[in-house]
Design a protein around this ligand. Sequence first.
Ligand code: FE2
Length: 386
Amino acid sequence: MFDRFEFMLPTTVRYGLGIHKEIGQTLVDAGKKRILLVTDKGLVAAGIAEKISSVLTETGKIAVTLFDQVEANPRDTTVQKGYELAKRSGIDAMVAVGGGSSMDTAKGIGVLLVGGGTIKDYEGLGRVPSRIPTLIAVPTTVGTGSEVTFWAVIKDTKENYKMSVGSPLIAPEIAFLDPELVATLPPAIIAATGMDALTHAIEGYTATLAEPVTDACGLYAIEMISKNLRNAVYTDDLTAKGNLLVGSMIAGICFGNSDVGGGHCMSESLGGLYDMPHGIANAVMLPYIMEYNYPAAMDKFARIAMALGERTERMSEREAAYAAVESVRKLNRDLEIKSLKELGVKMEDLDELAERSANNVSVDSNPRKAGKDDFYAMFLKAMNDA
Ligand SMILES: [Fe+2]
């Protein structure tokens, strides 16, 4: 089945409660002196940006320049602004603190620092000319996986869609995973970002480009995320939150090496057209893409059901595969994920959404061939399920 495959993990992962305190010394040891801290205003207000900034300045050897303009669904114009600030400040390394938006923005800034031009020049895979400056990724959500991927998803503000820039040369050098930083995340953010992580694991495991290593990571991530998500959302269980942080990283290793699929094609279209939070868009469309895909990968979906904790011993393979779809529906209900209609999607936009989904860079990675009409049917079904 596997004639050949390649697996890459250019990032060192360091996990532990309070481990963010080691970031400053790590940068000093690497001889870095001028750091761009890439984050968003919410994390500045929550005091988390300051927490990281102070571990850098406390070394007495590092100057920090703050760039806190990152927004949800980060824009090409924001990457440009960050790059100009980085260049003016003569930075030699970056620390990205936040969700995927902060990390992807930092990757984009890094690309412009080594290649110039605009981020659009690097759209697609393998167009970045050389290694970006040292990037340390510090996730403060439990979903992106961007801390271990070599992809940056940036919104093209001229054509209003999300473009992907991919290259091993943009991967973070080190990811610091610290449960302390997700301890106070609002439940709604844990639910949304956790569902993004689950979507990464399920799509990464079933993508056409999946291979044995991504299979292993995908299945384990599905189990870890689904086992901990409800507890992490509804209780103060720090172990559950830490497990989600790890599960989301493992899901990142999975889809970073295989790909995502039709679920992300649809969620990125929703993000492009409505600025809908990425995790919510994934959560709401995940059962529909799974229902569409399961006949094309029955064995894998049956294993997904087991990883999701469904009792499938007495089921046929087909029943077990479908149980995976139902299991995700139950999870969405438990997490009170809104319907597509409640999220403000308009019937008259379905054609545009379906068209964009069919043109997404990941469409060929979906296990079952999907075109515009298929995406339209999935959106329509989701709209009719109030
Ligand atoms: Fe995602």
